[in-house]
Design a protein around this ligand. Structure first.
Ligand code: DC
Length: 232
């Protein structure tokens, strides 16, 4: 029997990560953060001194990049060159270049094929921008989470304050706006709502509310399990 997939798409800081992790944990399915792989390509390009505006050079890098995937605590994690990039995927430099890298069709092809291969780990709850529209168009349930730009900037600001950053909420909002613009206007698999996705506006909802809604609509029996950490 082939693995089952729940797709959770939406713009940055709409609550996807935390909700997807919790839904995966409740169902006993495997959580996948697809954005981390686009970040890994951007991170490795920066590390190797590759110009992240050069689609050919970044495409060549993506072709030879060979992340090693494994499962840990109910989530798929990966190593590049034998180590986990971890928080290095979330630096300002990666934030500033990742949307451009993710817009490159060769990079998207490569990352999408890695993502499809992850069904070998079992049933997946995968979050991203194009999971329901392009990576798994036949996913059994698709959700699109959104929230007002102000609430998203506030959430992301609170998150990065915890990492000791000095950026203001306005600066965070501006950086999110720039990324959303590139993500939703690119030619290759732009961020958009799949026709068969359930849209949830999380502006005035708590994480618990959203998780409850998704689980109620997912139509999958819960298997229990606990959830640790999430990035928002
Ligand atoms: O979710 P995130 O902020 O970690 O995503 C990083 C970048 O990757 C962001 O610009 C959107 C892009 N992305 C994408 O294009 N498709 C996905 N499935 C996931 C992320």
């Amino acid at each position: 029997m082939s693995a089952r997939v729940i797709a959770i798409d939406g713009p940055a800081a709409s609550g996807k990560s935390t909700v997807a992790r919790r839904v995966a944990s409740a169902l006993g399915w495997v959580y996948v953060d697809s954005g981390a792989l686009y970040r890994a390509v951007a991170w490795k390009a920066l590390k190797d001194g590759i110009n992240t505006e050069d689609a050919e050079a970044v495409g060549r890098l993506a072709d030879v990049l060979n992340p090693e995937f494994e499962m840990r605590d109910g989530a798929v994690i990966f190593r590049v060159d034998g180590r986990e990039p971890g928080m290095e995927l979330r630096t300002d430099r990666v934030n500033a270049s990742v949307s451009r890298v993710a817009a490159m069709p060769t990079v998207r092809e490569r990352v999408s094929s890695w993502l499809r291969s992850l069904t070998r780990f079992g049933n997946l709850v995968m979050e991203g921008r194009d999971i329901g529209t392009a990576v798994f168009p036949n996913a059994e349930r698709k959700f699109y989470l959104d929230a007002s730009p102000e609430v998203r900037a506030r959430r992301r600001h609170a998150e990065i304050l915890a990492q000791d950053t000095k950026a203001s909420e306005r600066q965070v909002g501006e950086s999110l706006r720039k990324r959303d613009l590139v993500d939703s206007t690119r030619v290759a698999a732009p961020l958009r709502v799949a026709p068969d996705a359930v849209v949830i506006d999380t502006t005035d909802l708590t994480i618990d509310d959203v998780v409850e809604k998704v689980l109620a609509m997912a139509g999958v029996k819960e298997q229990g399990g606990s959830c640790k950490n999430g990035k928002g």
